[in-house]
Unconditional design. Structure first.
Length: 94
């Protein structure tokens, strides 16, 4: 049965079975580090949109204290609620 509602409504989240992803996938972008800030937060410039976004290091990046410098290439995913914030996913080899 096909539903006419957009993905991610409250009904679909309630009806989602374990293991199903009821939220839409995040968009992943390549970016360049512009500035390193305290508490594992970085200001990055997206390659394809030329926007500057504030991202935080997640998971192992924060735990293992990965050191990033301006000019490093990274992959980030933007928040669906605030496109000016995101999460650092991984460091790319430059």
């Amino acid at each position: 049965m096909e539903r006419d509602r957009p993905i991610g409504t409250e009904d679909e989240r309630r009806d989602a079975k374990p293991g199903e992803n009821a939220t839409p996938p995040r968009e992943i972008y390549r970016a360049t580090v512009v500035e390193s800030m305290p508490n594992a937060i970085f200001r990055v410039m997206l390659d394809n949109r030329k926007d500057i976004v504030l991202v935080h290091a997640s998971g192992a990046r924060q735990k293992n204290f990965v050191r990033l410098r301006p000019g490093d290439l990274v992959e980030v995913s933007l928040s669906p609620h605030d496109p000016g914030r995101g999460r650092l996913l991984r460091v790319l080899k430059g």
